[in-house]
Design a protein around this ligand. Structure first.
Ligand code: ZN
Length: 503
């Protein structure tokens, strides 16, 4: 027995002697922490191994990953949570990957036709090929809407090509409004080539989306200078002035301009999987607790010349899946909960919370039955004893009370709330919050900048996020806190479901 072990036992004995009347969670012996650490590390090592190739949805590594999770869920004693005998463990998520391929914008006035050079124009479509013509002789009006969204026109935009002036912050919503009015294409005038380059940096790469959210848009962009050259500088300056003066009330005008817009994309449709297991509650119909974490990561992401290009995602988010599995094992080892406890490993979080959004759209059990959801994301960064970053605090008073009490019982302190709040919309729990499900993320990773910033700077979304760099002290603290919380919240006697979440 080591000296420190002897001291630890003495300390436990002293604490026991002066224990307060309130029930405290069972303390965890150092050798138990060591056993938890060994299991977490083994699972993180497996998930972040090069064999999983960075766990990208739609790849062999992605399929390996969810097959591995299913197997571990089964070994932990979970049963399928799909509530569909035809699909064990798996909730398919239909995804669409679109990569822009080619684009051409041709403008003309009278007999003059100008193929706008690529430094001055860009066109994007989710279709394999999209083409739109407008202007004199085509039967398709080209309509200048200025800074508006075409709503003053009623149905008159249907089939037209709309031309709008960029107005940062509002453009996306205005473009969507124009497409809702069935514009065939929208041409946005950007202030300069820098703005166009910034747009390309965002749009000119593979984009993953839910197949169910596909929008059939043909969106073209041109710099102000290039547009002025075709229209005539003086005339263009005059129209812009009118548009500025009129703002939203500006009466759209039909342009005597011929337009040809074309774009092609490489499209791939495929299914990935959310994986869901559960511990059935002993009191059916009493509600559910949901534990979730995303299994996907970025695949290859290092620079092209790097020797190691695989982004293994050990902290992000092999650690969250490992913690979910360990929670499942520990909860299975105890008395059965009254409420159902679900364990959901989501796909495609990295490209924009796609897997969880698919889950919310088509849940395998009523979302309203979930009394609380705990997202586990980037859990293996902080050392033991670190403050808790509480993402999602302040949205559900009853849940806040239970979480803060559980933290107090474990001697945990609350971290920097501003820091935690800044992550609210960047994690899977956000899709649940938006659907009215009380969802939080409790992790010592987001407790202080002193802990988070060095990780973000050196390993976040880089090939260096490997198992060698993980820190499990804070993860074990957080795991024990979650275990307490899930047991409490899964018990209707201790946590009656608020009326709004009652199934
Ligand atoms: Zn990430």
């Amino acid at each position: 027995m080591s000296l420190s072990r002897a001291l630890a036992l003495l300390l436990v004995a002293l604490l026991a002697a002066c224990a307060p009347a309130a029930p405290r969670p069972a303390s965890v012996a150092p050798e138990d922490r060591a056993a938890i650490a060994a299991r977490l590390e083994a699972d993180i090592a497996a998930l972040s191994s090069d064999a999983m190739a960075g766990r990208k949805p739609g790849t062999e590594g992605g399929r390996e990953t969810y097959a591995w999770i299913e197997q571990r869920m089964g070994e932990a004693g979970l049963v399928s949570g799909t509530n569909d005998p035809g699909s064990y463990w798996r909730l398919p998520v239909d995804l669409l990957s679109v990569t822009p391929e080619s684009a051409e914008l041709v403008l003309g006035q009278g007999r003059r036709r100008v193929v706008v050079p690529t430094e001055d124009a860009a066109v994007f479509t989710p279709r394999r090929r999209a083409l739109a013509f407008g202007g004199p002789g085509t039967g398709v009006p080209v309509v200048f809407v200025g800074y508006g969204d075409g709503s003053v026109l009623g149905d008159a935009l249907a089939g037209a090509v709309a031309v709008m002036l960029a107005d940062p912050g509002r453009d996306q919503a205005r473009r969507e409004a124009l497409f809702r009015q069935r514009a065939t294409a929208v041409l946005t005038i950007l202030p300069d080539r820098d703005a166009l380059a910034a747009l390309r940096a965002r749009e000119d790469r593979p984009r993953l989306q839910l197949a169910s959210e596909e929008q059939d848009h043909l969106a073209a962009y041109i710099t102000d200078k290039a547009f002025a050259e075709v229209i005539g500088a003086r005339r263009w300056a005059g129209w812009k002035k009118e548009a500025e003066a009129g703002d939203h009330a500006f009466a759209p005008l039909e342009l005597n301009l011929s337009v040809s817009i074309e774009a092609t994309s490489d499209r791939r449709e495929f299914a990935s999987q959310n994986i869901i297991g559960m511990i059935p509650g002993s009191v059916p119909g009493s509600g559910a607790v949901l534990v979730l974490g995303h299994w996907d990561h970025l695949g290859e992401c290092g620079p092209p010349e790097a020797i190691d290009r695989i982004c293994n995602g050990a902290a992000d988010n092999a650690s969250g899946i490992a913690m979910m599995l360990e929670l499942a094992r520990r909860l299975k080892a105890g008395p059965p909960p009254a409420r159902d406890v679900y364990f959901l490993a989501t796909t495609a979080e990295e490209p924009g919370l796609l897997g969880i959004r698919a889950f919310v759209k088509n849940p395998p059990f009523p979302l309203a039955s979930i009394v609380a959801a705990f997202n586990l994301d980037m859990m293996a960064v902080a050392p033991a004893g670190s403050p808790v970053g509480y993402i999602g605090r302040g949205r559900d008073a009853a849940l806040d009370d239970v979480v803060l009490a559980a933290m107090g019982n474990r001697g945990r302190t609350l971290g920097d709330q501003t820091l935690a709040d800044s992550f609210l919309q960047r994690q899977d729990g956000w899709a649940l919050v938006q659907a009215g499900v009380p969802a939080v993320l409790l992790s010592s990773t987001y407790g202080t900048r002193a802990i988070l910033d060095p990780f973000i700077a050196s390993r976040y979304h880089q090939p260096s996020d490997e198992v060698e760099g993980i820190e499990l002290g804070g993860a074990i603290d957080d795991l024990l806190l979650h275990e307490d919380l899930i047991r409490t919240l899964a018990d209707p006697q201790k946590y009656p479901a608020p009326a709004k979440t009652r199934p």
